[in-house]
Write a protein of this length. Structure first.
Length: 288
């Protein structure tokens, strides 16, 4: 029996609060266990204190096909330090002793399947996770996964892409709860200086098929990106830029401080973001 009440949907509640405030949400991704779980706990608490709206905890995996070099290296460091899915769930339990920030487990499907769907869902819910994003699980293969996770009141978040047709976006959105995660561009994760020219069109297409909040990720790294997205999306996902700060920081304490500073700058841009009319995405990228 799950310990999480169906009425305690932290993700949905946060998006309701953001919408009421007219504010873009900031979703932060970091790789759990990089360089240690104790360090990740400090990073999560620093991110939450800085105002992060949702935190995605990456489950380290040996073959992270969707990730660019920065997150691949983070996975390698975490795996070498002994990180496992079970360890990530213990980390979630530890986070819940200090914070109620919404938590999404961001994983490839293999570790979940290896643990067993029922065992995983029960453990994730009991630990205090709010949702799961299995990056390489397609809607067509997700029926058991969605049914079991829903029984434990866990949101199932799926990815939509620029290459997705309207029909495909509708199917992806129909399988999603909590929010729909839109990939801003084709390719792997990684911080970029500019956002794609066709991103507004992709967001309009997604809006036409779902009432779910829409988060945009892959390549989001700068306050200018956030300012632009404020008139278009419900949240911006920042990952590689944060993982890079962890990689180059001289200490865990320094990394935690820098992560907090990055989020505060992004939240400031989100609160004072440009309106849809004032925020063109022009050829050549974002006016920052």
């Amino acid at each position: 029996m799950s310990s999480v009440s169906p009425n305690s949907k932290r993700i949905s509640k946060r998006f309701v609060e953001l919408r009421a405030a007219g504010e873009l949400g900031i979703i932060a991704y970091i790789t759990a266990g990089d360089p240690t779980f104790a360090a990740t706990l400090k990073y999560v608490l620093a991110l939450a204190e800085a105002g992060t709206d949702v935190i995605e905890l990456g489950v380290p995996f040996s073959d992270p096909l969707a990730d660019g070099p920065t997150i691949q290296r983070a996975s390698e460091r975490a795996l070498k330090a002994g990180a496992t899915l079970g360890g990530v769930l213990d980390l979630v339990r530890g986070i819940r002793q200090s914070s109620q920030v919404p938590l999404v487990l961001f994983s490839y499907y293999n570790p979940i399947l290896q643990m067993g769907l029922e065992k995983f869902a029960a453990a994730a819910a009991s630990a205090g996770a709010d949702g799961v994003l299995a990056t390489d699980l397609t809607p067509e293969e997700s029926e058991d996964y969605r049914r079991i996770l829903a029984a434990h009141h866990l949101d199932t978040i799926f990815l939509g892409a620029p290459t997705s047709t309207d029909e495909r976006l509708a199917k992806i959105a129909g399988c999603s709860s909590g929010f729909l995660y839109l990939i801003s561009r084709t390719g792997v994760t990684g911080a970029k200086d500019v956002l794609p020219d066709d991103l507004p069109a992709l967001l309009r297409r997604a809006r036409s098929v779902t009432q779910l909040p829409i988060a945009v990720g892959f390549g989001i790294s700068l306050p200018g990106h956030v300012s632009v997205l404020g008139g278009l999306a419900d949240a911006a996902v920042v990952g590689s830029a944060l993982v890079s700060e962890i990689e180059k920081a001289p200490s865990v304490e320094a990394a935690a401080k820098t992560l907090g500073e990055r989020i505060r700058a992004l939240k400031e841009a989100a609160r004072h973001g440009l309106s849809r009319r004032e925020a063109p995405i022009h050829r050549g990228g974002v006016a920052t």
